[in-house]
Design a protein around this ligand. Structure first.
Ligand code: 1GP
Length: 263
């Protein structure tokens, strides 16, 4: 694993890659792969397209896993590309050290202690021995216009879409707690993506890299999120339906790359 990481990204970790991108203003585009949904021919096709499109990372996971496909999915990514795979787990059974890194998610928009610390305690001994790079991430569920699987499974309320100030306060708390990334998610297949207003308010309040996902269906929406201040844009559902969109989406997200101004 160490050898592979050295080959893939010159000894830098995935977190380094994200932080360097934030530092230089380079926007990253991520494809979310749900192992349940991707059969092997689809998956190989998506991986090939992602390589051609210059996709930066794969997130792999889902809030509910019905099939035991995670391991095969990670093998397929590893065999077919050098794009790092990052676990995006809905629960502790979705851990596998065939991935490069793990979003160690704390559901800071919710008030369910199992998703704030309980599951982390269960996973910690396994993770300590694994080769996975652990990326402490404040996960904020934002209301996307309909109940989501994450909300149901985690038994938490999302932050209302019209309360950007709650998102801002939550993000500041996450940064003060020492989390390394913020992931604001409207949930897979959300009716409404997260508003530019909310992204911008959070962007102005914290320095952490911000990941935005959930309900992004068009290149224009991906561009809006990047322009509003997202550092990393994640798309899943829409690319399962229309994999060709990956070219346009990756291109437009990368086109927003610009050095950030610091005072
Ligand atoms: C969901 O942010 C991801 O957790 C991506 O959402 O599948 O709606 O693109 P979509």
């Amino acid at each position: 694993m160490l050898l592979r990481m050295a080959q893939n990204y010159s000894n830098s970790t995935v977190l380094d890659t994200i932080y360097q991108a934030r530092q230089t203003g380079r926007k990253l585009f991520v494809v979310l792969i749900d192992p349940d949904k991707a059969n092997s021919s689809d998956l190989t096709g998506i991986i090939q397209k992602a390589k051609k499109a210059g996709v930066d990372l794969f997130f792999v996971g889902g809030s509910l896993m019905m099939e035991n496909e995670l391991s095969r999915c990670l093998d397929t990514i590893r065999t077919n590309s050098d794009i790092p795979s990052i676990l995006f787990p809905g629960n502790p059974i979705q851990l596998n050290d065939k991935a490069d890194a793990l979003l160690f998610l704390s559901l800071i928009s919710g008030r369910n202690s199992e998703f704030l610390i309980g599951n982390h305690v269960i996973a910690a001994p396994f993770l300590k021995k694994s080769s996975l790079e652990i990326m402490p991430t404040g996960y904020m569920l934002i209301d996307g216009g309909a109940p989501t699987t994450v909300s149901y499974i985690s038994n938490t309320f999302p932050i209302p879409a019209d309360k950007p100030e709650i998102a801002m306060a939550t993000a500041i708390a996450g940064e003060m707690l020492g989390l390394k990334l913020l992931y604001m998610d409207a949930g897979s297949g959300a009716k409404n993506a997260i508003s530019s207003e909310m992204i911008t308010l959070v962007r102005q309040a914290v320095d952490l890299p911000i990941i935005i996902g959930g309900g992004i269906r068009t290149a224009a929406q991906a561009a809006q999120a990047a322009q509003a201040g997202a550092d990393v844009i994640v798309v899943g559902n829409q690319l399962e339906e229309n994999p060709e969109l990956v070219y346009e989406m990756a291109k437009i997200v990368h086109s927003f790359s610009q050095p950030i101004e610091r005072s």
